[in-house]
Design a binder for this molecule. Structure first.
Ligand code: HEC
Length: 165
């Protein structure tokens, strides 16, 4: 239910989902809705539900990489970063088109503008502190409100385009 800020789970890596459940339960990722749910799950249940959801398909995404032309605030951050402020391009870790890489780097395209922006703001506000080595926190804290909105819209838009292919 992306427009309401709830993320897509089907097709997410099972290991990533299990890590998030652990982080919600410990409070490293603070969220009033998810914290009690995650805390109530046993390890077996967290494993079973993550494995079941990971089996679902993720939507088609246009895999735009670093070599593509970049126009506008969101696309420039996504494909070029802002190295003068030590912000690497998002696709360096999240993969071309933000499709996600392995178990540690989640997909961005396929999530809603609202969810992506809410996560960046959670890092900016200190509500989400579960990323290894502050990889995301140090990036999010350097972004302006306008940049958060633009880059969130950019990645959400890639899955919408991919869906039509
Ligand atoms: C240096 C590597 C790196 C770069 C560059 C990077 N990220 Fe991330 N990002 C991560 C990692 C690692 C996580 C997962 C953190 C965790 O374990 O919860 C993540 C998670 C996220 C999430 C949360 C997704 C979810 O479903 O939980 C969002 C949103 C996000 N990144 C947006 C961005 C944006 C936008 C950019 C570019 C401005 C960016 N990231 C650049 C490493 C990176």
């Amino acid at each position: 239910m992306g427009a309401a800020g709830f993320p897509r789970l089907g097709g997410l890596s099972a290991e990533y989902m299990k890590k998030q459940l652990t982080d919600f339960a410990s409070g490293e990722r603070a969220n009033p809705i998810m914290q009690p749910i995650a805390a109530a799950l046993s390890a077996e249940e967290a494993h079973a539900v993550s494995t079941m959801l990971a089996d679902k398909p993720w939507p088609a995404v246009e895999r735009v990489g670093r070599a593509a032309a970049a126009l506008g605030v969101g696309e420039i951050l996504a494909l070029r970063g802002a190295w003068e402020r030590n912000i690497p391009e998002c696709v360096a870790c999240h993969g071309p088109g933000g499709v996600g890489v392995g178990e540690a780097f989640p997909p961005l395209a396929g999530q809603s503008t609202q969810y992506i922006a809410a996560q960046l703001n959670a890092w900016r506000q200190g509500a989400r502190n579960n990323d290894p080595n502050d990889l995301m926190g140090h990036i999010a804290r350097k972004l302006t409100d306008a940049e958060v909105g633009a880059v969130a819209q950019y990645f959400a838009g890639l899955a919408e385009k991919g869906a039509g292919q």
